[in-house]
Design a binder for this molecule. Structure first.
Ligand code: ZN
Length: 210
């Protein structure tokens, strides 16, 4: 996890937003390879292991467990991104460096393609597929059911085809900045309240936050 992401995080418990407190262990450049994040409100602690922040509460083994029980998670029909990075960049309306773009579930696979088009943006992958690895431009967070970020911190959000439930879409709306966009990798997906549907087609729905 990139060290500067710390101030964007929030505890997944349903209480007010507060900055998490970072205790770093091993660092590699600006990336935290091991450490602990603590919540000052509820006192929960979240481990960072091999660069991945785990908000799931079990502390360890979560990704391995999901892999072993893969049948319980619907597999994406597309093993690789169905949309090319140039199209995705245009749909997100991204131009210029800076800020954060959130990629949920299988959409984390877009990080490399988008980073190749645009420098200076940091990508945040939520519940990435097990074969996606952390990069200097990509931080990985594991958090079942929600995006553990403060509200309105993202320049754009892409929701993968394996995370199309209404809870995930509402989370995408919560974290995206006003006037910025959410791209949903699904057909006929109702956009959540607070997003204006801009376009739909080719397996994608684009919404803009009001
Ligand atoms: Zn908390």
């Amino acid at each position: 996890m990139h060290i500067e992401l710390t101030e964007m995080l929030r505890c997944p418990e349903p209480h007010g937003e507060a900055f998490l407190v970072m205790s770093t262990g091993q660092m590699l450049g600006r990336m935290v390879r091991s450490g602990i994040l603590g919540c000052p409100i509820c006192r929960r602690e979240f481990p960072i292991v091999k660069g991945i922040v785990n908000f799931s509460g079990t502390g360890k083994g979560e990704r391995g467990k999901v892999d072993d029980e893969g049948a319980t998670i619907p597999l994406s029909p597309f093993p690789f991104p169905a949309v090319d990075p140039q199209t995705l960049q245009a749909l997100l309306g991204l131009s210029g460096p800076g800020g954060y773009v959130v990629l949920v579930g299988a959409a984390t696979r877009h990080a490399v393609g988008l980073a190749g088009l645009m420098g200076g943006i940091h990508f945040i992958g939520i519940d990435a597929p097990a074969d996606v690895e952390e990069l200097p431009v990509l931080s990985l967070l594991v958090c079942p059911g929600m995006i553990p970020l403060r509200q309105t911190v993202a320049r754009g959000v892409v929701v993968g085809s394996d995370r199309l439930g209404p809870d995930w879409l509402a989370e995408a709306r919560r974290v995206v900045l006003p006037g910025r966009r959410v791209v949903i990798e699904g057909e006929d997906v109702p956009v959540p309240i607070g997003l204006t549907r801009l376009a739909a087609g080719d397996g994608l729905v684009v919404g803009e936050r009001r």
